[in-house]
Unconditional design. Structure first.
Length: 186
């Protein structure tokens, strides 16, 4: 049986509510989805929560999956959207915090000291600077960069996940690298 036939059968089982099929999908994709979200939002606790939310969405919304792309691409798209929405919410919360401070009210201001758990101790400062620089990239550049450099997806896979063209992905990655160089130099 080829890969597409196996995936089609798995999707059919998911649509029937087969828990073993869901467990198979979860185990096959959980680590990569968690890492993608972790790179995007830079908080281990929040990445764990969002990863769980992604798979709940997969389970609840499998009927809306049109199979125009691979299942993994659809799952990545859900994860990226969750991470970006989470970041937008946090930025809005920070802006609200700034407004509150004008009126001498307080809201905990979060400063990112994120260091990915897989980074060795002696590289923490360097990785912290890199993650802070990545976090400053515009959303689309950040998404493309994380998927390519940190998750090792092909340009075609990134184009599918981001629902864009190959040339757009190339341009986003080029600009992301340029912006990272500028940010890291300063």
């Amino acid at each position: 049986m080829d890969q597409q036939t196996i995936e089609t059968a798995l999707i059919a089982q998911l649509r029937q509510g087969n828990e073993a099929a869901f467990k198979q999908v979860f185990e096959a994709h959980q680590d990569r989805i968690y890492n993608t979200i972790l790179y995007m939002i830079q908080s281990t606790e929040e990445a764990e929560d969002l990863t769980q939310e992604v798979f709940v969405d997969v389970f609840l919304n499998i009927d809306s999956f049109k199979a125009q792309s691979k299942l993994s691409t659809w799952i990545y798209r859900i994860a990226i959207n969750k991470a970006l929405n989470h970041q937008r919410f946090k930025k809005a919360k920070k802006r609200f915090g700034a407004v509150l401070s004008v009126f001498n009210l307080s809201l905990v201001d979060e400063v990112s000291d994120f260091v990915h758990p897989g980074i060795l101790l002696e590289n923490k400062e360097l990785s912290k600077s890199l993650y802070q620089a990545i976090d400053q990239l515009p959303e689309k550049q950040k998404t493309a960069f994380v998927l390519r450099q940190l998750e090792d997806l092909s340009y075609a896979e990134i184009a599918e996940v981001m629902q864009t063209t190959l040339s757009s992905v190339e341009a986003l990655l080029f600009r992301a690298k340029q912006n990272l160089q500028k940010i890291l130099k300063s």
